[in-house]
Design a protein around this ligand. Sequence first.
Ligand code: NOJ
Length: 557
Amino acid sequence: MEQKWWKEGVVYQLYPRSFKDSNGDGIGDLKGIIEKLDYLKELGIDIIWLNPIYKSPNDDMGYDISDYREVMDEFGTMEEFKLLLEGLHHRGIKLVMDLVVNHTSDEHKWFVESRRSIDNKYRDYYIWQKGKDGNPPNNWGSCFSGSAWQYDEVTDEYYLHLFSKKQPDLNWENPQLRKEVYDMMKHWFEMGVDGFRMDVINFISKVPGLPDGPKGEGDLYGNFAPYSMNGPRIHEFLQEMNREVLSKYDVMTVGECPGVSPEMAKTYVGKDRNELNMIFQFELMDIGKGRTKWEEKKWTLREFKGIMSKWQEELSDDGWNSLFLNNHDQPRMVSRFGNDKKYRVESAKMLATMLHTMQGTPYVYQGEEIGMTNVKYSAIEDYKDLEILNAYKELVEGGLMKKEDFMAGVYRMGRDNARTPMQWDDTLNGGFSTGTPWLKVNPNYTDINVEAALKDNNSIFYYYKKLIQLRKENPVIVYGEFKEYYKDSEEVYCYKRELNGEKLLVVLNFFGNEVEFAVPEELKALERTIFISNYIEVSVENNIKLRPYEAIVYKLS
Ligand code: NOJ
């Protein structure tokens, strides 16, 4: 297998708005990140993925960009950005930026021009259409509630926005637009950044004619997915981007690709495709979602393992996995897949053991390394995420869902769960800011915080540090083959990794009760030593009782 730095590294995802505020305005900033670089170095991560820091009116927290070449005012200046990049490189940490080019802000100068007149030079940078009998051009709904079309009086046409109406979709059919994007990417690479995470990159090619999408029972709008995800020219565009830009630099790319199967994934990341290095797929993230994300569907461990293992097996010799259980759009992993009360520490470590012993590149989302949890605000006004606020208007105020049911959905799945400020210590606002934080701090900061974690040898933090270190020292974790045991077990996830005779056996109890476990028959004769475990005294017997959320990795010889 080809060896690459982005396969061997561990990525830390940093959400700047909530990381560290240096000037007391309640919003995290670049200087705040610079203050904490030694903390990140101590954890041992190799790469940082920084959520968008570009100029933005912040309708969607930086995913609505009004200038791709400037830094958002609240975050600081270009000089500070350069200092940050220097500070990271100085510590041997690479920097991956967010590339958001499915859409811009409606305040971007291209859109301001585009909207002026039908024959404006920038008109065709976006997707404009006439309405149909006083209605939008088609039935598509946006990801953030409502129609995906916004009427604009100036020219009596509608523009497409798959996200909020302040995020008009770019028209990738236009070669001039594509060239502008490539030039912008080169600009950042020339400055020294080491890669891009590409926002909803599989949305950029739309099926011509933009046909109506399928509408399920009870749906208010048609689904755009069949006509604007993995569209007809997507691979042509990505290969062009690769030829024009990516191939000229030693950089890492990870494409955010909702709705992608392993077969499709290989068309993006396969060795001979010349497109991307990795993708984020969401099969596991979609587990347990009902008709909408606010409704719950029960999931089983077998389903969970089925998804994880399928991706391990399918991309084992072509492509590369991204390993994550949460990010800025998902609830906190310990609350969702573990137990954020009695077994918070054990279950956070157990989940981390899985992520860091699979084939692929692990992503640690800020705060995960100290086991930060979901939050519950009682007032809807305390939420800042437009996905939540728009859905509340459409569903609760529109009489389609009971308030308590919707709030239960928000507590379970809402994006603000992951966006609460980083908990640094037990002082005011968890040490995040001396001002009023833009989003309320999770009240559990008095117990769960970095300072406390650094003082405790048994903390989740030090367990992550060890996992990260083990990956660096043991190529079997990075490149080893994957083989699963006890696929039907509804309690335990068990798999082996193997490379050139080096063997690891991973055993994970996913629940809060004790469970019997026997070492798989074919491995019984091998000698076992403990490689890492989340309990202190661990048995190497063939038949054991796993304790709540116990994780054991054995070295076999
Ligand atoms: C995916 C990003 O991760 C999310 O935060 C954002 O709202 C949408 N794309 C739109 O850019």
